[in-house]
Design a protein around this ligand. Structure first.
Ligand SMILES: Cc1cc2nc3c(=O)[nH]c(=O)nc-3n(C[C@H](O)[C@H](O)[C@H](O)COP(=O)(O)OP(=O)(O)OC[C@H]3O[C@@H](n4cnc5c(N)ncnc54)[C@H](O)[C@@H]3O)c2cc1C
Length: 455
């Protein structure tokens, strides 16, 4: 355990001993109880670290963040946002409040710099490099997650049954097929299903649907139940959970080394290592320790729908994305009830702006032509949350060399639920000084600073 009385930037604040006992080994504070932080805490505890997991939210809100509200598609083999042509398409959509990707126009140096970097990374060479790493992560993550679900007996309606790219217009089938084919070289399996066969297998689809591509290697789940189950399981492994605990700074030695966090309450928690896994808020928090991880929060929405008790329309048997409207549709059995989650839209704007209700409405409007009887389902809840997006489309995972003791795990954009479990495993390995289970060299959290000084 580090010396809580050591000189540092926050020595004027009251110091308290860390909540977890030092006897279990080195003490690690993990900031953020989303899928990335919770998975990291689980793996660290399994390695014998004394772990404290902090979140600013109260316990009842465990599942209210991005890691509970997402679409629940564990889609390994997902391309990152930085694909050739996406930046030009984004520019075209920029002024339309109902475009799938909406960027709220504003004068903001950070946004301009992010967009420019994003544009520079939308090329095939970068995409190929990204896919090597993302696939290495993707091929391990479901095994890692399945291990946790089995060991902790977490019930979250998990099924490894792939996902469907559901196509309405016959002329778009070729595009969907080409997309699936492009993933073959990474080992992903797929199958083309024509409209009638699709309806035969899954009567939930309307006669207007032309067909689908079944990406076979992925899974889906009820993410709220997954994250709540995982966080609940942590104390069993000795993890000290601290809710209502907002981190507002780091304790740093004159050398820059980080050896504690400061809470809004004034309490200081000493640590041998701190893992910053606070989703989109990692950007602002990292800057307090002198590390910039420039990210934009890409807001998305969901509608949770209840099936009627009387003569319910057929429910989909697997998760899907509607090809023309980009809406993700996921069946979920929760508390013995069948539900459907419609999720999606990508909106880049300042954090915590009022919801854009027209974008929430896009979810239902973009789904009714594909699915039978959707108008008979009742809205159980509405939600909005942020995907943490870096400008090169890749997460930031690793130790911060210039700030020994500080580790970062964030920036998973629209792949965080999928890649969170394996990120947690790699993070624990990195903190332990071991070789991580995938190559993290492209994910260096300090790469953005290097680019800025180079550019
Ligand atoms: C509409 C939508 C659909 C999506 N669908 C999918 C999908 O199908 N599949 C997929 O893989 N991904 C999906 N994603 C992306 C995925 O949800 C995110 O990438 C992932 O949840 C990010 O997890 P995280 O742990 O990094 O961050 P979060 O889940 O945001 O967790 C960060 C935590 O840090 C806490 N925190 C923040 N600041 C502080 C502070 N100062 N002190 C203490 N705690 C703090 C927050 O309270 C929060 O609990 C989707 C996202 C959206 C918005």
């Amino acid at each position: 355990m580090s010396d809580p009385g050591a000189p540092g930037s926050f020595t004027h604040h009251a110091l308290t001993s860390a909540a977890a006992p030092a006897s279990r080994g080195r003490h690690v504070v993990v900031v953020g109880a989303g899928i990335v932080g919770a998975s990291t805490a689980w793996h660290l505890a399994k390695k014998g670290f004394a772990v404290t997991l902090l979140d600013r939210e109260p316990p009842r809100a465990i599942a209210d963040g991005a890691s509970g509200g997402n679409a629940g598609l564990l889609s390994i083999g997902h391309y990152p946002l930085t694909r050739p042509g996406v930046s030009w398409r984004g520019l075209k959509w920029m002024f339309s409040r109902t475009a799938p990707l909406y960027i709220k126009p504003r004068v903001d140096r950070e946004l301009v710099s992010w967009l420019w970097n994003f544009h520079l990374h939308c090329n095939q060479r970068h995409l190929d490099r990204c896919m090597e790493v993302l696939c290495a992560m993707g091929w391990q993550t479901l095994e890692v997650l399945e291990g946790i679900l089995a060991e902790e007996s977490i019930q979250c309606d998990y099924a490894r049954d792939g996902w469907l790219d559901v196509v309405m217009k016959p002329e778009n089938m070729a595009h969907a097929e080409a997309e699936a084919k492009s993933l073959e070289r990474f080992g992903y399996r797929w199958e083309r299903i024509e409209g009638d066969d699709l309806r035969h297998r899954d009567p939930c689809f309307t006669g207007e649907v032309a067909g689908a591509i079944h990406m076979k290697d992925s899974a889906h789940c009820a993410p709220d139940d997954l994250i709540a189950g995982l966080v609940r399981a942590l104390p069993k492994h000795g993890v000290a959970l601290r809710f209502d605990a907002t981190v507002k700074g780091f304790r740093q030695r004159p050398s820059g080394a980080v050896d504690g966090v400061l809470l809004e309450s004034g309490e200081m928690i000493a640590a041998d290592a701190v893992v910053l896994a606070a989703g989109i808020w990692s950007d602002a928090l990292g800057r307090l320790a002198g590390v910039a991880i420039p990210m934009q929060g890409a807001r998305g929405y969901h509608l949770q729908l209840d099936y009627p008790a009387d003569a319910p329309p057929p429910s989909p048997s697997t998760g899907m994305v509607l090809h023309e409207t980009f809406v993700a549709v996921t069946p979920m059995a929760r508390d013995g009830k069948r539900q459907l989650r419609l999720a999606g839209t990508l909106e880049i704007g300042p954090l915590d702006e009022p919801w854009m209700r027209e974008r929430l409405a896009m979810l239902m409007r973009g789904s009714t032509a594909y699915l039978r009887g959707l108008d008979r389902l009742k809205v159980a809840s509405e939600w909005a949350g942020y995907r943490p997006c870096t400008s090169d489309g890749m997460p930031a995972i690793g130790g911060v060399r210039s700030k020994p003791g500080l580790f970062v795990a964030t920036g998973h954009a629209m792949m965080g639920m999928t890649l969170g479990p394996v990120t947690g495993k790699a993070m624990a390995e990195l903190v332990a000084g071991e070789k991580p289970c995938f190559d993290c060299s492209m994910l260096d959290p300090e790469r953005f600073a290097a680019r800025r000084s180079a550019g």
